[in-house]
Each structure stands twice: as C-alpha cells, then as structure tokens.
Design a protein around this ligand. Structure first.
Ligand code: HPA
Length: 335
C-alpha cells in the first residue's frame, strides 16, 4: 500500500470532508482571481459581466467562505435536470474527480461537477449530478457531498430530483414541492457514531434530532410564490425513497400510495437527513418524469426520465433563478 493510500485510510470521515471542502474553496478562490483569457485558469465564464469577481491581479476576499462569492445557498440537480447549472453566471467549475475523497457519479444524466457563481444575482454553489447507493456507494459516501456543502458555508439547500408520480392527477413534467418524505431505503446515513462537529448552526449536530419540518415551510412558501409569478402552480407532495436501481412493481406503488406517498424516487432523502443534522434549511423539488409503475401506458425507462427532465429543466432554471436571491436573503441575515 502506498503512503498516500495509508494516509487516506487513517483519516477520519470528518477530516476527509474538511480536506475536500478546503480543496474546493481554494480552487474557487483561484478561479475568482483569474481572468478568462489566462492560460491554465480552468474557468467556464458565462457571457454575462462578472459583477462580484475581482479584476485580474486583484486580491480575493479570503475572509469569506468562497472568496468574494461566499455562497450560502447550495443546489443539487437530479437526473436530466443538470442544465440549471448553465443559468449560473460567472461560473467557476470544479469537477468531482478533482476533489479529494469525492464520490464519482456513474449515472447517465449526471455530469459530476460543482458550479459556483451567480444565479439571479445571488451567489450559489450547484452540484450538477449526485451519487446513489445503487451505484455501490456507502451511505456516508452518498452524503459526502452534502457534508462538503455544509463545510463550505452553505446554510440552505435546494434538492431536486426526478420522480415517479403516484398521486392521481399528476402530469408528466410537473414540478412538485416536497412537504415530507418516507425513508424506505432501509438505511439511514447517520448510522454509526455521531459527529457533532458537522453542525453548521448552534443546536445542530445532535444524535437525535427533530424531523417534523424536514422541508422548510418558509422555503416552500417562497417557492410557491416564485412559481405563481412564473405563471404556474406548485403543489406539495410526499416523496418516498427506495434504494433502486430497479423501478418499482405496480404492487409496490399501490402499497406506497396507501402509506401516503405521492412521489417515488431513489435519492434526496439521505441528503435531507444529513442536511438537517447539520442544521441546514432544505427545499425539495421533484420533477414528475413519469407516472409510477402500473399507472401509465408505457414501461418505465431511464431514457424517459432523462427526456422529461430535459423538457422541464428550463422551467426549473427559471424558478431557481427567481428563488436564489430570496433564499440567499433569508440565510444571509444569519451570523
Ligand atoms: N421510480 C423511482 N425513481 C424514479 C422514477 C420512478 O418511477 N422516476 C424517476 N426516478
């Protein structure tokens, strides 16, 4: 075993998260002090003016979490929903494969990069692609990126996903706000010793903590209002998470409906649990990419999931652009 491998094995999970966050932070600070023309400065610059970034040669404000940007709002983009990242202005990109200890997304439709920049004028850090337990990752690996977001100073996260619609009346392509969830993954990412140092707010990081309002009411109201302004309605639903990767059987969907689920998917719940453990506010948005098994006329496929995602991602991008500054204003008031 090499020395580097031995070092990684001897590191605690907490230290791995800290190392990953420090890496992302240093990369983003370097990006912000780079010019688009500068060779070796691996930055994707959008066509929009760079409002907050310092000019070339200028020193970045290293007193804040991410140089001049300091995003307090994080976003995770689900299957087929990655284009929201294109709406990020002044984008600096860090690929997951470059970040130490970071799990790699192996699913088609998940690109695997962090995009930091301005959305609707507010600093955000967007994760384009996530990892799932069905890819072979452990619960702690699945939630590692969420821990990194917390360590980077993020205080509110928007978790998006593709989901099968269980409730009668849901239309393919509809966006639904998560009001609650049911964890049917068979595991909880917080199994094992509690690590209180992950707390991002006073009173967080507890062994046992409340999940009554896992999905922030205030953020849901904000999202519903932003959608109304965009000319559509956002209903609220209950998301049930399965381990996947097989889609459900019609009998499972009937059982889930009886349990109170209106949406079914294979992600989000572990991230929400870990985000709440850290004390982060969570907004969950599902895109109904298909009617759940047994409810539609055609067999379910990952292609359909991605195709519907792509149809809806513009609408989602518009919504998140409206929302980002409002969420940022809410969490920026905090110390
Ligand atoms: N089931 C589980 N996960 C999903 C579905 C589904 O029908 N659609 C998109 N993700």
């Amino acid at each position: 075993m090499s020395e580097a491998q031995q070092r990684i094995l001897s590191m605690t999970y907490f230290d791995q998260v800290a190392e990953a966050a420090a890496f992302v932070q240093s990369r983003l600070q370097r990006f912000q002090s780079c010019s688009p023309q500068e060779p070796g400065c691996d930055v994707a610059f959008s066509s929009r003016k760079r409002h907050l970034s310092p000019k070339r040669g200028e020193h970045v404000n290293s007193g804040t979490a991410l140089g001049a940007l300091a995003p307090r709002v994080g976003m995770v983009l689900g299957s087929g929903l990655g284009a929201v990242a294109d709406a990020v202005a002044d984008a600096a990109i860090v690929r997951y494969q470059e970040i130490p200890h970071f799990p790699q997304s192996t699913v088609e439709g998940h690109s695997g990069r962090m995009v930091a920049g301005l959305l609707g004028g507010a600093p955000v850090i967007v994760m384009q692609g996530r990892v799932h337990s069905y890819e072979g990752y452990t619960p702690r690996e699945v939630t590692f990126p969420m821990r990194v977001l917390g360590a980077l100073g993020v205080r509110a996260v928007v978790l998006t996903n593709a989901a099968g619609g269980i409730q009668d009346g849901y239309k393919v392509g509809q966006l639904v706000l998560l009001a609650d969830h049911i964890n049917m993954m068979g595991w909880n990412p917080l199994n094992g010793p509690n690590e209180p140092r992950f707390a991002a707010r006073p009173g967080a990081g507890l062994r046992f903590f409340d999940m009554t309002e896992a999905y922030s009411k205030a953020l849901r109201q904000m999202a519903a209002e932003a959608a109304r302004e965009d000319g559509f309605t956002l209903e609220e639903g209950v998301y049930l998470a399965t381990p996947g990767p097989s889609f459900e059987t019609p009998a499972e969907i009937r059982a889930f409906r009886t349990l109170g689920a209106t949406l079914v998917g294979m992600s989000t719940v572990p991230e929400t649990i870990v985000a709440r453990h850290m004390g982060l506010e969570v907004l969950g948005i599902s895109c109904v990419t298909n009617l759940a098994a047994g409810l539609g006329a055609t067999p379910l496929s990952h292609e359909e999931v991605n195709e519907t995602g792509r149809m809806v991602e513009r609408r989602l991008a518009g919504l998140l652009k409206r929302l980002a500054p409002r969420i940022a204003a809410m969490v920026e008031q905090e110390p």
